[in-house]
Write a protein that binds this ligand. Structure first.
Ligand code: FAD
Length: 338
């Protein structure tokens, strides 16, 4: 197995806590690589509530979740973290010298000296519509539950299904990329932002998007790759559309996923940790943020930030057992770069 990436700490999860862990590790001159199953950073804040204000981040009387993530990205810039996005970590192996290989669903191998699991509520899994044989077109054969790279759909005929923000936002964006975009929604009004719904209607009026309301995609066809979908209206009438890709966007739900099978001590679907340094039952593996549990645990961003600081100290001692670390204030020392 050949690692494609080599780093000091591999952080699983690019939510707020995983991102801040890069900062705390960076202060100790530890390099980080961050992996997330989602195509973007920010965890729950980007996926569930980017436009909601948060009121309990110290020093910010009010900050939009999306802005907090942008600020965290700016804060960790000096440490040049690297990222693998859109790939779920499936497993890890401990090597003879105590270091690790992490392996993603796309077979990316990351070599690291310590692992920090900041996996939140787990990896976000798509809510899949109940359509017969849908799975047989997954894996690049025409059915996609998230848009990792819009270029995949360049000059294609695509059908997007859904009525929330993702369906609306991608309809607007892909209207400028794909050859033909059809948005299918089971209702007549959209759950997503009103201004996005308005933009989709304008694109429809301008002939750039086909809008099929009060309907569902009910069948998928094609001998190997997807070739067509059947759309059934609420009145029972059907039509079949030739397409290259079908993108059902019905939201994502977090599931603990593979982390639950890594042999770590668990309680209530969370990873048990020692609050001294947020180490798990496997030496060299740490867990911070919503993914961990200990007496008095609060699933708050603030608490995850504190855990990140202690985790970094613990990982430093694990990687350099003979070195003595002296705490230095950033006000005195600045932010050292890697
Ligand atoms: P997450 O944000 O959940 O990020 C974890 C990331 O790990 C995800 O992106 C996931 O895809 C990834 N991941 C998981 N498993 C894998 C894997 N195997 N491979 C690759 N990637 C993986 N908290 C507050 O402090 N204040 C608030 O006001 C507040 N409001 C909230 C409002 C809402 C609507 C919700 C839902 C939550 C709110 N929270 C709030 C809670 C807060 O969002 C969480 O505490 C915070 O997101 C935890 O951050 P995290 O980095 O631990 O995990």
């Amino acid at each position: 197995m050949h690692p494609t990436i080599s780093t000091d700490i591999c952080i699983i999860g690019a939510g707020p806590v995983g991102l801040f862990a890069v900062f705390e590790a960076g202060l100790l001159k530890l390099r980080c690589h961050v992996v997330d199953a989602l195509p973007q950073v920010g965890g729950q804040l980007s996926e569930i509530y980017p436009k909601k204000p948060i009121y309990d981040i110290p020093g910010y009387p009010e900050v939009l979740a999306g802005d907090l993530i942008q600020n965290l990205m700016r804060q960790i810039e000096p440490f040049h973290p690297t990222f693998t996005l859109g790939e779920r970590v499936e497993r890890f192996e401990k090597l003879e010298d105590g270091s690790f290989h992490l392996i993603t669903a796309d077979d990316t191998v990351i070599h690291c000296k310590a692992i920090c699991i900041a996996g939140g509520l787990g990896s976000f899994e798509p809510r899949k519509p109940a359509i017969e044989n849908l799975e047989s077109y997954e894996g690049g054969r025409g059915v996609y539950y998230m848009v990792r790279d819009p270029e995949t759909f360049r000059d294609q005929r695509i059908v997007i299904a859904g009525g929330g923000d993702s369906a609306l936002d991608w309809t607007i964006f892909l209207a400028g990329v794909a050859k033909e975009v059809t948005l299918v929604h089971r209702g007549t009004t959209f759950r997503g932002a009103a201004d996005s719904a308005e933009k989709v209607k304008h694109l429809h009026d301008a002939g750039k998007v086909n809008l099929v309301l009060s309907s569902n995609v009910t069948h998928v066809h094609g001998p190997d790759a997807l070739e067509a979908v059947t759309i059934t209206a609420n009145d029972g009438s059907t039509r079949t559309l030739n397409v290259d890709s079908f993108i059902p966007l019905f939201g994502l739900t977090p599931k603990l996923g593979p982390i639950g099978e890594w042999g770590l001590e668990l309680a209530d679907d969370a990873v048990k940790v020692d609050t001294l340094d947020y180490s798990t039952s496997v030496p060299g593996v740490y867990a911070i943020g919503d993914i961990n549990t200990y007496p008095g645990k609060l699933k708050l961003i603030l608490c995850g930030f504190h855990e990140a600081a202690l985790m970094a100290q613990g990982a430093y001692k694990h990687i350099f057992p003979d070195k003595k670390y002296v705490l230095k204030y950033t006000t005195v020392n600045g932010v050292p770069t890697l």
